[in-house]
Design a protein around this ligand. Structure first.
Ligand code: COA
Length: 185
């Protein structure tokens, strides 16, 4: 199996309506505002409470993740909007097998208009067709219906409950939602 291919620079991906792009220091205000959201704090691993220092540290470190090939993080913009619409990326991967795990959040103001589903589709198409991934998946809490719906809309299939809670204090299992390169024609 061919290893994952890493472009030197973070590519800019677009379907016309939304754009996935590299993070920039100017995103600080919008990241800080979005990460105050209770849903982002509940369903992702961002720090809680989320402070200005957390946003600063994230933006200072995010470029190195691409450079040291440990993750592929993107900011999400909507065409015609100047505010940050969200975050998506391959958050963990096995380069030799081409398997990647995705993580994402959408800023509260941009929700309910298909941003997550479209961003998942756009990133998956690039990951399979240009970066050589063989499969992508995400772990979703069964209580997080908006995330499960967005995954389904992007073509991901839900598998059985997995024995991995999001945090050690959580009792519930996460469900794996996956997509293989051959599923995306
Ligand atoms: C999950 C999240 C990314 C979805 O973003 P979004 O851009 O609003 O998602 P979409 O508009 O693409 O789709 C949302 C789907 O959930 C549905 N939905 C929205 N709120 C819902 C609710 N309370 N209960 C059930 N379904 C809901 C929408 O109707 C839509 O379904 P449809 O495609 O069948 O119409 C966003 O809510 C978020 O950032 N949540 C907090 C962070 C998070 O959960 N990240 C993922 C961790 S696995």
């Amino acid at each position: 199996m061919a290893p994952v291919e890493w472009p030197e620079q973070v590519p800019i991906l677009t379907d016309g309506a939304l754009v996935l792009r590299p993070w920039a220091p100017e995103d600080h205000k919008d990241v800080l505002a979005a990460c105050q959201d209770a849903e982002i704090q509940r369903w992702t691993t961002v720090p809680s409470p989320y402070t200005a220092e957390d946003a600063e540290e994230f933006l200072a470190a995010v470029g190195a993740l691409w450079e040291d090939r440990s993750a592929m993080p993107f900011a999400i913009d909507l065409a015609g909007e100047r505010r940050l619409a969200g975050s998506i990326g391959v958050v963990a991967l096995d380069s030799s097998s081409g398997r990647g795990e995705l993580g994402y959040w959408v800023s509260p103001w941009a929700r309910g208009r298909g941003v997550a589903g479209s961003a998942l589709r756009l990133l998956s198409e690039w990951a399979f067709h240009s970066a050589g991934f063989s499969s992508l998946h995400m772990m979703i809490d069964p209580g997080n219906q908006p995330s499960a719906r967005a995954a389904a809309r992007a073509g991901f299939e839900a598998g059985r409950a997995f024995g991995v809670p999001l945090r050690e204090s959580d009792a519930g299992d996460l469900v794996v939602h996956g997509l293989c390169a051959e599923d995306l024609s």
